[in-house]
Design a protein around this ligand. Structure first.
Ligand code: AMP
Ligand code: MN
Ligand code: MN
Ligand code: MN
Length: 276
């Protein structure tokens, strides 16, 4: 089976590698087909596509859209989108818009907790000024030795109930799906095992996602344990979703699983790439 990796991040959002470097690394790792899926952002796609063409790697235009549903944040990956679609572009711009204001509030909250200078500190890690996120703050917290690594930054700060957390209203599920569908993309639930939902809530979400035109679900992702591979393989079958595989790679030293290094999809699932 060819090596598909359909979820990763570049410096256009919160990844550590430039789009061309990311593609180069994917090729070196034996990835045959790569999708770049930056958070709410498609500005890295052209560079990635050009490098992929040079290296003979097949490239898929993607995006990871932030939505709010049932009081939590859910990520929807859009695969095979048309980056030139104006409705997609406008939709993503609207979703990005609140990030700068949210970052200011995060910095104020961290300052109140005795951590000064985090806005400037986080922006030092930002390559795309339109896309500041929690990961950039996490890197600043590591730099200043408030924590030892990015993971601990998220355990001790930046998450609900901890300093630096600011609740945020992203797009609605409907808006997120509309944006991806306008661009002709396939909507895929990103890392479903990461959301704090009960089984009943997860089924409710998947039902609404499907009714809204959602088509796929990540089964094999670095966020899942082996038990969760099985759990979401079963849900994929039950809901008739196409199954996806993606590392969610953010950078060397920061991500547990490298590009193209996850297990293959279970053979009984219909892959999201079945008709590509
Ligand atoms: P944001 O879109 O700004 O809220 O940031 C979301 C990003 O933060 C995710 O895509 C991850 O890259 C990162 N993130 C969230 N939770 C964790 C965690 N527990 N450990 C490491 N990174 C995390
Ligand atoms: Mn991220
Ligand atoms: Mn995500
Ligand atoms: Mn991601």
């Amino acid at each position: 089976m060819p090596n598909y990796d359909l979820h990763c991040h570049s410096t256009a959002s919160d990844g550590l590698l430039a789009p061309a470097e990311l593609v180069q690394r994917a090729a070196g790792n034996g990835v045959d087909i790569l999708a770049l899926t930056d958070h709410d952002e498609i500005s890295g796609l052209a560079e990635a596509r050009a490098r992929a063409a040079e290296l003979g790697l097949r490239f898929v235009d993607g995006v990871e859209v932030s939505v709010s549903w049932g009081g939590i944040t859910i990520h929807i990956v859009g695969l095979n989108i048309d980056p030139g679609n104006p409705q997609l572009q406008q939709g993503l711009q609207a979703i990005r818009q609140g990030r700068a204001e949210r970052a200011k509030k995060m910095a104020q909250d961290l300052a109140r907790a005795g951590i000064p200078g985090s806005l400037e500190g986080a922006y030092a890690y930002v390559d795309n000024p339109n896309l500041i996120g929690r990961t950039h703050f996490a890197r600043f917290l590591v730099e200043k030795r408030y924590v030892s690594d990015v993971k601990s930054a998220f355990q001790n700060y930046l998450v609900s109930g901890k300093p630096g957390y600011v609740p945020h209203q992203w797009a609605t599920l409907e808006e997120g799906l509309a944006c991806i569908k306008a661009g002709g993309g396939i909507p895929v639930v990103a890392h479903p095992g990461r959301y704090k939902l009960t089984r009943t809530e997860m089924r409710k979400f998947l039902g609404e996602f499907k009714d809204g035109g959602g088509a796929g679900i990540e089964v094999i992702t670095s966020s899942h344990s082996s038990e969760q591979y099985l759990e979401y393989a079963i849900l994929a079958g039950e809901f008739g979703f196409l199954a996806s595989r993606g590392s969610d790679f953010h950078g060397p030293g920061e991500s547990r699983i490298d590009l193209g290094k996850l297990p293959q999809l279970p053979a009984d699932l219909k892959p999201v790439w079945h008709d590509w």
